[in-house]
Write a protein that binds this ligand. Sequence first.
Ligand SMILES: CC(C)(COP(=O)(O)OP(=O)(O)OC[C@H]1O[C@@H](n2cnc3c(N)ncnc32)[C@H](O)[C@@H]1OP(=O)(O)O)[C@@H](O)C(=O)NCCC(=O)NCCS
Length: 200
Amino acid sequence: MSIDLRIAGPELVLRRATASDARALFELGSDPETTRYMSWGPYTEIGQAERFIDGMDGQVERGEELGLLVTRGNEILGVTAYTEPRPRDRSVVIGTWLGKAHWGTGVNTESKALMAALAFRGMGVERLSVYAAVTNERSRGALSKVGFTEEGTLRRFHRHGDEWHDLVIGSILRSEYPSGPLAAIPAEISGAVPPNWIFA
Ligand SMILES: CC(C)(COP(=O)(O)OP(=O)(O)OC[C@H]1O[C@@H](n2cnc3c(N)ncnc32)[C@H](O)[C@@H]1OP(=O)(O)O)[C@@H](O)C(=O)NCCC(=O)NCCS
């Protein structure tokens, strides 16, 4: 399967990763503060970023994860991905990690807008979900600011190394999206959504 998908906004482009992006991803993902709440990392050698990129197409094909790089011009800022697709229920989860230099800059808001645009306009999603560790106040703040409603807590839902995290689950519904803050940000989708990621 050749995957060619790109979402462009006012400042950012979300695009598929290539092997030459490994160095930049390795540098961003080597920061323990950035990866603190992730299931992986921090990266300690470039091969880890290379293997992540190598594995991305297979994850799309198997319906596990559809990941995109967050970029501005030639600069790579982080990664955002759709996970846990449930085609029958037209539901998907999104998550994002950005290099620390890009926190608090508006990059997260625009990247969430681009991901929401593809989900609701290109994939037929009914419910767009997010998770954040209960203690990840920055992530929770970022999510509520862009219109996600917190719905409850999933106890010991996520393991990072030997640490277990309770997660807050939140969502934006198809009916809420048009009047929320994300729909107001322009998004141009090009390329094709892989057929197994189109739910309606
Ligand atoms: C999560 C992440 C993508 C959010 O992006 P961001 O650019 O940092 O988020 P924003 O700055 O847009 O929004 C954060 C909001 O929470 C607020 N906030 C920050 N720290 C906070 C805290 N301790 N308590 C409450 N609110 C807090 C900020 O003030 C901001 O709101 P404001 O813009 O109204 O001031 C980014 O921080 C990141 O990549 N973190 C590391 C990876 C990660 O944890 N990913 C999430 C996994 S669920």
